[in-house]
Design a protein. Structure first.
Lengths: 287, 310, 471
C-alpha cells in the first residue's frame, strides 16, 4: 500500500516535471534558436535542413561575432533602441497622465453612465490601425510632425490610453472605498485623498499599466513604418527589418541577434515585476 | 458594503455637497482622456468610415462617392470571405488551445519544484518579446529550406525520404504555424492570469471537496472552473482581443500566402488599402472587424460582471 | 511580498528615468528646418548593398556643389508603397520618391516630368522602350516618373546538375523545365525543389508568373487597355504551370519571399530560379560552394517561340506635387542619369541604364551615343569587373534588352496594372491553378473578375483607357 502510493507519487512527479520541461522547451525554443543563429557562421547557417548529418542545434563551425558586429557596427541599432525607449517613456507618461484620473473617475465618481462609458472607451482600443492610418497621416502632417518621433508620441496613446483607462478603472474599483472616505473624514479633500492614499495603494496597478504600455509601444510597427523615414529616428521594430532584410537577402544572424537583445531585457523586467503584474492585471480586469 | 459606523454618520451628513463636488471632479478628471480619445480615435474613425464609401486612392482626399460599391466588391471576393473565416478560426482555435494548455501549465506551476523562479521567467519570455521581432524568429524556424523543425522530424524518422513540410507554403500548415505563434505568445499571459485565479481559491475548498470524495477531475470541473469563471473570462477576453486584431503575425509570416489563403481581416485590409493603394476597399475590409469586436467585448464584459456578482 | 516603501522607491526611480528621457528628448526630436536649399530623397535599400554606399555620398556631393542639403532615406523594398501612401495622405514628406516600377498608381499625385525626359533625350538619345512604357501614361499623356535604370531578369541555373542531364547550357524553353524536372530528381535527389519558379505573394513570383503568361500568349490587358485575362492563352499558361508544379516544384515555392529563391539556390536546394544577379553577388560575397556552378540563361521561350521576361526592377523616380523643391528635384534626376556608368558599377552591374546613351564614351556624337553606351555596357558584362569565373559569366545580360519588357505588356504600365501587381492577383491565380485549389478555369475567372474591377475603378478616374473590349 505504502509502496504503491510512493510509486504513484513518483509517477506524478515525473509527469509534472515532464510537463514543465515541455512548456519550457516550447517557450524557450525560439529564443534558443535566435542565440544559435546569432553566433553561427553563414556557411554553417545556410545548410539545407534535408542534410540530416548537419546538426543545426550545435555549432558545426566555430561561433562568430560577425553578426553582432554588423548589428552594432553597421546599423544604428543602439540609436533605435534609444528612440524606442524615449518614445516609450513619453507615451507611458502621457498614458498615466490621462488614464489614471480617467480610470479613477470612472470607478468612483461617475456612477452608472461611467460604466457604460468605460465599455465605450475600451472599445476604441479595438479600432484597427489600418483604419486610422490614413486620418493619422493627415493629422501628423497638419501638426508638422512627419518624420519626427513626436508623431509617435502623439499617436501611440490612441491604443494605450483606452486600454489602460479600462484596466485602471477596474483596479481602483478593487480598492475599498472606505480608505478615501476615512481620509476625507479626517479633513482631506477628495483630490488630496487620491494623491496621498489611493495612488500609493494603486502602485501595482500603475506598474502593470507602465509595463503593458511599454510593450505595446515596442512592438508597434505600422505607424512607425509610415511616419518615420529617417533611419536615425526609427524604432527597433522598424529599423531592424529595414536594415537587415535587404530585399532578397535576410541577414538572419544579425536579425536574430537584434530580436534577442531587444526581448531579453524586457523579459527580465517583466519577471522582476511578475507578482505585481499578476495582481494588477487580475484585480483590474475582473472588477 | 461594510462601512464602519464611525465614519458613516459624517459622510451621510455631508453627502449632498460631496456628491456634487465629486461629480464635478469626476468630469474634470475624465475630460482629458475623453477629449484625447474623441479627437484621435473617434473622429479619425468616422473619417475612415467615410472613406470606405469613396474611391479614394493612395490616401489622397480627392475622391468621388461610390456608395456601397466597395462593400459589395469586398463581400463578393473569395479572398475576403476566406480572411473573415480565418480571423475566427485563428482566434478560436488559438484561444481554446491557450485555455487548455494554460490550465495545465498553471497547475504545474502551483506545485513547488527546484528552479521554479527561473522556470517562471523563461515561460514568461514569449509574452515580453515584441511580437514583430518574435515573428521574424519564427519565420526563420518555419523557413521552407532551413526549417529546424523539419530537420528534427527527419532525424526522428517522422518525415521519410522525399517527404517535407512546407510550413508556409501549405494552407493548413500555414494556419498551424500562425496559430502556433499566437498560442506561444498568449500562453504566458493567460497562464499568469489563471495562476492568480487558482491561487485565489482557498485551500479549504479543495480540502472540503477532497473529504467529500470528489475526484481530481470532478473537483476541477465542478468546483474550480466555476469559481474561476470571472478570471477565465478575463484571460479569454484579452486573448481574443489580441488575436483578433493582430496583423503583424500574418503580415510578417505568410503575407497572407499561399494564394491569399491565410489572410486575416487586418492583414487583408493592409494589403488592399495600403499596399494596393485602394483606401476605400481597405477601409471596407477593416470595418468588418468592428461589429464583431463590439459584440464580443460587450458580451464578455457583461458576463464577467455577472459572474462577479454571483 | 515587497513593502510599499520598496514600490515607492522603484516608482521614484521610474519617474527619474522618465525625466532624464524628457531632458534627452530635444536632442533627438530635432525637426528638419524647412529651407529652400533642401532636397529629400526616399530610396529603397538596394538589393546590392554596395549601391547605397555609392548613391548616398554621390547625392550629398551633388547637393553640396549647389549649396543644397540633400537627405537620403532608405526603406525596405516592400515599404516603398506604404510610405508613399502615407506621404500622399500627409501631403508632405520627401521631394523625390523612388518606386520599383509601380509608380503608376500615384500618377495623380506627382508632377509631369516630360521636360526632364525631353532634356535627357536631347542629350543621350532615346531611352529604352520598356523604361518609356513603365513611366509614361499615353492615355493621360503624362510622364509621371523617370527611370534611370532597369534590371534584367535572367534564369539562374546550376551548371553541374544541368550538365548531368545533358543540358549544360541550362534550359531554353519552358518545355525544357518540365522535361528536365524528373531527370534532375534522379541526378540530384538531395535537391528539394528541382525547379524553383516562385508562385507566392512576392515581387519575384509576380515577375515570374507574368513571364509564363506572356510566353504562352496571354496578358492582363491588350495594348489598348482592355482586360483580356480571360483567354485560352491564359488557360494554357495555367495548365502549363500546373504541370510544371506537379513534376518539378513543391509547396516551398508558394511560401517564398523575395529572399527565398536566392537562399534555396545558394544552398543548392534548387537547380533553376528566375532572378537578377543579386543572389549571385551574395554567393560571391560569402564565397558559397554553389559559386562554381552558378550560371545564367536568357528568358525562356514559350510554345510558340515567344521569349519575354519582365524587368526585375524598373526604377521610377517621381517628384511629388506637394514638393517645394521641384526644380531642384528635376535637376537631381538629370544628374542621376548623367551618372549612369557609376550607378551601374556602384550596383555591381545590377542596374542597367535606361538611357544607354548616358553610358557612352565622352564626346561621342548624339546619333552614336546609344551604340557607344551599349558597347560600354557589353564590355562590363563580358569581363565582370567584380570577379566572375569565367569573366564573361554575365555576358548574356548585355543581350537581355530584346527579351525584356515592362509590366503591363503589351500595353503601358498603368495604375490598374500596378494595383493588380501590388495585390498579387496573378500569383494568386497561378498558385491556385497549380496546386489544384481551383481548376485553371475557375482560377482564371476569379482573377479576371478582380482585374476588371480594378480596371473599372481606374477608368472611372479617367486614368486608364479601354473597357470596350474587355473579355
Amino acid at each position: 500500500m505504502a509502496a504503491r502510493s510512493v510509486a504513484r507519487r513518483a509517477a506524478g512527479t515525473v509527469v509534472h516535471r515532464a510537463t514543465i520541461v515541455f512548456f519550457l522547451a516550447f517557450a524557450v525554443f525560439p529564443f534558443y534558436w535566435m542565440v544559435v543563429t546569432s553566433f553561427k557562421q553563414n556557411a554553417d547557417l545556410y545548410v539545407g535542413a534535408t542534410n540530416v548529418a548537419h546538426n543545426p542545434f550545435i555549432f558545426n563551425l566555430p561561433p562568430t561575432l560577425d553578426h553582432l558586429r554588423i548589428l552594432f557596427g553597421q546599423t544604428l541599432y543602439l540609436t533605435w533602441l534609444r528612440n524606442t525607449l524615449v518614445v516609450g517613456l513619453l507615451v507611458v507618461s502621457i498614458t498615466l497622465l490621462l488614464a489614471v484620473p480617467a480610470g479613477y473617475s470612472l470607478a468612483r465618481l461617475t456612477g452608472r453612465w461611467g460604466e457604460r462609458l468605460s465599455i465605450g472607451i475600451f472599445l476604441t482600443y479595438l479600432v484597427p490601425s489600418t483604419l486610422l492610418f490614413i486620418p493619422f497621416s493627415r493629422l501628423v502632417s497638419l501638426l508638422g510632425l512627419q518624420n519626427s518621433l513626436w508623431s509617435l508620441v502623439i499617436i501611440y496613446p490612441t491604443f494605450t490610453v483606452p486600454f489602460c483607462t479600462w484596466l485602471l478603472m477596474g483596479f481602483f474599483k478593487g480598492l475599498p472605498k472606505e480608505i478615501e472616505e476615512s481620509a476625507m473624514v479626517d479633513g482631506c479633500s477628495r483630490a488630496g485623498a487620491i494623491w496621498r492614499i489611493v495612488l500609493p495603494l494603486a502602485v501595482p496597478g500603475l506598474l502593470t499599466v507602465v509595463i503593458f504600455a511599454l510593450t505595446l509601444v515596442i512592438q508597434e510597427f505600422v505607424y512607425s513604418l509610415t511616419f518615420i523615414s529617417s533611419v536615425q529616428r526609427m524604432t527597433v521594430s522598424v529599423g531592424v527589418p529595414v536594415a537587415l532584410v535587404r530585399g532578397d537577402v535576410y541577414y538572419w544572424g544579425s536579425l536574430m541577434a537584434a530580436c534577442l537583445v531587444t526581448s531579453v531585457p524586457i523579459a527580465i523586467v517583466y519577471s522582476f515585476f511578475l507578482d505585481r503584474f499578476i495582481a494588477g492585471f487580475t484585480v483590474g480586469a475582473i472588477k | 458594503m461594510n462601512t464602519t459606523t464611525v465614519s458613516a454618520a459624517p459622510v451621510l451628513h455631508a453627502g449632498q455637497t460631496i456628491r456634487r463636488a465629486d461629480r464635478r471632479l469626476g468630469v474634470f478628471m475624465l475630460a482629458p482622456a475623453l477629449l484625447y480619445i474623441t479627437l484621435l480615435v473617434a473622429l479619425p474613425f468616422l473619417l475612415a468610415l467615410f472613406l470606405s464609401l469613396t474611391n479614394s486612392s493612395a490616401g489622397s482626399l480627392e475622391f468621388s462617392f461610390v456608395g456601397l460599391q466597395n462593400f459589395k466588391n469586398v463581400v463578393a471576393s473569395p479572398v475576403f470571405r476566406r480572411a473573415l473565416r480565418n480571423t475566427f478560426v485563428f482566434t478560436f482555435v488559438s484561444q481554446a488551445a491557450v485555455m487548455v494548455l494554460g490550465n495545465v501549465l498553471a497547475r504545474a506551476l502551483m506545485r513547488p519544484f527546484f528552479g521554479k523562479t527561473l522556470a517562471r521567467f523563461v515561460i514568461l519570455m514569449p509574452w515580453a518579446a515584441p511580437i514583430s521581432l518574435a515573428t521574424l524568429g519564427w519565420l526563420w524556424i518555419f523557413d521552407s529550406t532551413f526549417s529546424v523543425i523539419n530537420w528534427l522530424l527527419k532525424v526522428v524518422g517522422w518525415l521519410g525520404p522525399g517527404q517535407w513540410y512546407y510550413w508556409l507554403g501549405d494552407t493548413t500548415l500555414g494556419m498551424v504555424a500562425i496559430i502556433t505563434i499566437h498560442v506561444w505568445r498568449m500562453l504566458p499571459f493567460s497562464t499568469v492570469i489563471l495562476l492568480a485565479g487558482l491561487t485565489s481559491i482557498p485551500n479549504e475548498v479543495r480540502e472540503a471537496s477532497a473529504i467529500d470524495g470528489a475526484g481530481t477531475l470532478a473537483r476541477i470541473f465542478q468546483i474550480e472552473i466555476p469559481m474561476m469563471r470571472p478570471i477565465l473570462t478575463v484571460a479569454v477576453l484579452f486573448g481574443v482581443v489580441f488575436t483578433f486584431t493582430d496583423m503583424s503575425v500574418v503580415y510578417l509570416l505568410t503575407r497572407g500566402g499561399p494564394y491569399n489563403s491565410t489572410h486575416v481581416l487586418a492583414s487583408l485590409a493592409f494589403q488592399d488599402g495600403v499596399l494596393g493603394g485602394d483606401v476605400g476597399r481597405g477601409a471596407a475590409v477593416a470595418i468588418f472587424l468592428v461589429p464583431v469586436l463590439v459584440v464580443l467585448a460587450i458580451v464578455m464584459l457583461r458576463s464577467s460582471r455577472r459572474a462577479e456578482v454571483v | 511580498m515587497q513593502t510599499r516603501r520598496q514600490f515607492v522607491v522603484r516608482g521614484t526611480k521610474l519617474v527619474a528615468v522618465g525625466a532624464v528621457a524628457a531632458a534627452a528628448g530635444p536632442t533627438i526630436f530635432v525637426r528638419d528646418a524647412k529651407a529652400d536649399g533642401q532636397l529629400k530623397i526616399l530610396q529603397w535599400s538596394h538589393f546590392v548593398p554596395a549601391y547605397d554606399k555609392w548613391f548616398d555620398p554621390w547625392a550629398k556631393e551633388w547637393g553640396a556643389k549647389r549649396g543644397v542639403n540633400v537627405t537620403v532615406d532608405h526603406v525596405g523594398f516592400a515599404d516603398v508603397v506604404p510610405r508613399a501612401t502615407a506621404e500622399v495622405a500627409a501631403q508632405s514628406g520627401h521631394d523625390v520618391h523612388m518606386f520599383l516600377g509601380l509608380a503608376s498608381a500615384f500618377e495623380e499625385h506627382v508632377i509631369d516630368l516630360a521636360d526632364v525626359v525631353a532634356a535627357l533625350e536631347k542629350k543621350y538619345g532615346k531611352q529604352v522602350e520598356l523604361a518609356h512604357r513603365s513611366t509614361y501614361n499615353p492615355f493621360t499623356k503624362k510622364q509621371f516618373a523617370l527611370s534611370d535604370m532597369w534590371v534584367p531578369d535572367p534564369g539562374n541555373y546550376h551548371k553541374e546538375v544541368w550538365s548531368k542531364i545533358g543540358m549544360e547550357n541550362g534550359p531554353s524553353t519552358y518545355d525544357d523545365l518540365v522535361k528536365a524536372a524528373p531527370e534532375i530528381k534522379k541526378v540530384a535527389p538531395q535537391m528539394q525543389i528541382p525547379i524553383g519558379v516562385g508562385l507566392s505573394q512576392d515581387i519575384d513570383s509576380n515577375m515570374a508568373v507574368r513571364n509564363i503568361l506572356w510566353c504562352h500568349g496571354g496578358s492582363i490587358q491588350d495594348k489598348d487597355g482592355n482586360v483580356v485575362l480571360n483567354s485560352p492563352e491564359t488557360l494554357r499558361a495555367l495548365e502549363y504551370t500546373k504541370k510544371l508544379y506537379s513534376v518539378g516544384m513543391t509547396q516551398a515555392v508558394l511560401s517564398w519571399n523575395a529572399a527565398s529563391n536566392n537562399q534555396a539556390f545558394n544552398a543548392q536546394e534548387t537547380a533553376y530560379i528566375l532572378n537578377s544577379i543579386s543572389a549571385y553577388r551574395t554567393a560571391q560575397d560569402n564565397k558559397l560552394p554553389v559559386l562554381a556552378n552558378y550560371f545564367f540563361t536568357p528568358a525562356l521561350k514559350g510554345p510558340t517561340g515567344t521569349q519575354l521576361a519582365s524587368e526585375h526592377v524598373m526604377s521610377g523616380y517621381v517628384v511629388w506635387k506637394f514638393s517645394k523643391s521641384q526644380d531642384l528635384a528635376k535637376e537631381l534626376l538629370v544628374a542621376l542619369v548623367d551618372a549612369s556608368r557609376d550607378s551601374m558599377l556602384g550596383s555591381k552591374l545590377y542596374n542597367f541604364p535606361s538611357f544607354f546613351g548616358a553610358a557612352a564614351e565622352p564626346n561621342t556624337p548624339l546619333n552614336r551615343k546609344q551604340e557607344s553606351g551599349a558597347a560600354w555596357i557589353a564590355a562590363q558584362c563580358n569581363k565582370d569587373p567584380f570577379g566572375s569565373t569565367p569573366p564573361d559569366k554575365l555576358a548574356l545580360l548585355a543581350k537581355s534588352l530584346p527579351w525584356s519588357t515592362n509590366l503591363g505588356y503589351p500595353g503601358f504600365a498603368n495604375p490598374a496594372e500596378g494595383e493588380i501587381f501590388d495585390t498579387y492577383v496573378l500569383t494568386d491565380m497561378f498558385a491556385k491553378a497549380a496546386t489544384g485549389a481551383l481548376s485553371p478555369k475557375d482560377a482564371m475567372a476569379e482573377a479576371s473578375t478582380r482585374a476588371k474591377q480594378i480596371f473599372d475603378k481606374w477608368r472611372q478616374k479617367k486614368m486608364v483607357p479601354g473597357g470596350g473590349k474587355d473579355k
